[in-house]
Design a protein around this ligand. Structure first.
Ligand code: ATP
Ligand code: MG
Length: 339
């Protein structure tokens, strides 16, 4: 898979010599195909070249998940999932957001340079207001400010994410500009890094695949679950009969074949000429996804059977970041006249 890297900005005085990258993922469910193709593959690849920091953003997940037991379980499951997919604790830092209290401290300071109007216009905020109208908590509005704090507390200059995060990243950049303008050059403007699958559609074929929507393909789940999820995928809705020519360009199943196997053109042609039907293409995709993630699924089961190992990695990650987070807070407080 090719990576479309944005050019790295020039490092600021005091910033890391090797560009630092940061990304967060919510413990709102089990890691799915969209997470992997849109972000986690880049996490894995970039850990070899950059100083990589990856965060399980439980504070963000609290804006929609209110069950403490579920939060605990999902945090560990997500950590195990990311490690199983290839994050190497010797090459990157993996930690839990709430284990580093400086994130929320910085978020408050950033709130004071962020106009409310910027937050109210955020598309994800509007979506959440629509999807959870009875729970429009303040955290939903402030979410992008905390996200900016997550990134810039480590002065990260690049952020591997899916396209759905582009607006948030733009807002982070605006917040950085507002801070730097008021208090002097302090933070680099973080840039998004996308994969060649920046938006993976869900099994409904309409919305982006999301843990919270439940239209996912759970790559670390049992093969039978993957089979049921893939077989339920909505494909080309205009293709009525098996003998009708398909439209591979709008068929989500065909599109996903781009990332598994090297015969995408053949599959495309098969659908277009009605040589193959949707069921054939789905069955092949199931087989390929199950095979592709077999090793990760095994590793995931091992890690889940050994929670102390996972918890130890997360704790060590948060400890490793402490000096960096403290140094940024000291600098920021000095600049803001708080000491
Ligand atoms: P939620 O529904 O709780 O928001 P999610 O499935 O959207 O969960 P996140 O934790 O919000 O997952 O996102 C983790 C990373 O995966 C982000 O970088 C995000 O941009 C990326 N990502 C999420 N869904 C997709 C998708 N369908 N296609 C491509 N990238 C995605
Ligand atoms: Mg999301």
């Amino acid at each position: 898979m090719t990576v479309e890297l944005a050019p790295a900005p020039a490092p600021l005085a005091g910033a890391a010599p090797r560009p630092r990258i940061f990304s967060g993922i919510q413990p709102s469910g089990i890691v799915h195909l969209g997470n992997d193709l849109g972000a986690v593959r880049n996490y894995v690849m970039l850990q070899y070249e950059y100083e990589a920091i990856y965060c399980i953003v439980d504070y963000h997940a609290l804006t929609s998940t209110h069950d403490p037991d579920l939060m605990r379980i999902r945090t560990r499951e997500l950590a195990a999932g990311l490690l199983a997919l290839g994050l190497d604790p010797d090459r990157c830092t993996l930690f839990v957001q709430s284990h580093r209290p400086e994130h929320t401290e910085l978020a408050w300071l950033l709130c004071t340079v962020t106009p409310v109007s910027w937050l109210e216009r955020t598309p994800t905020y509007k979506d959440k207001v629509a999807t959870q109208p009875d729970d429009v908590n303040h955290g939903l509005l402030t979410y992008p400010v905390l996200q900016a704090a997550d990134i810039i507390i480590y002065k990260a200059s690049m952020v591997p994410v899916g396209k759905d995060q582009a607006a948030h990243l733009e807002l982070s950049r605006e917040i950085v500009r507002a801070f730097n303008y008021r208090y002097g050059e302090t933070f680099p403007e973080p840039q998004a890094v996308f994969t060649s699958a920046p938006v993976v559609l869900g099994t409904d074929g309409v919305k982006k695949m999301s843990k919270s929507v439940g239209n996912t393909i759970d790559i670390l789940g049992e093969p039978d679950l993957i089979r049921r999820q893939v077989m339920s995928m909505v494909t080309d809705t205009q293709r009525g009969l098996r003998s009708d020519p398909g439209r591979p360009e709008v068929c989500n199943v065909c599109q996903l074949h781009r990332f598994f196997g090297d015969d995408y053109q053949e599959i495309w042609e098969g659908e277009r000429t009605a040589r193959t039907g949707c069921v054939d293409t789905k069955k092949l995709l199931v087989e390929r996804i199950v095979t592709h993630y077999a090793g990760a699924r095994e590793r995931y089961a091992e890690l889940m059977a050994n929670p102390a190992e996972v918890d130890g990695i997360l704790e060590a990650g948060a400890d490793r970041l402490k000096p960096m987070a403290k140094a940024t807070m000291a600098e920021v407080k000095e600049k803001m006249g708080l000491r």
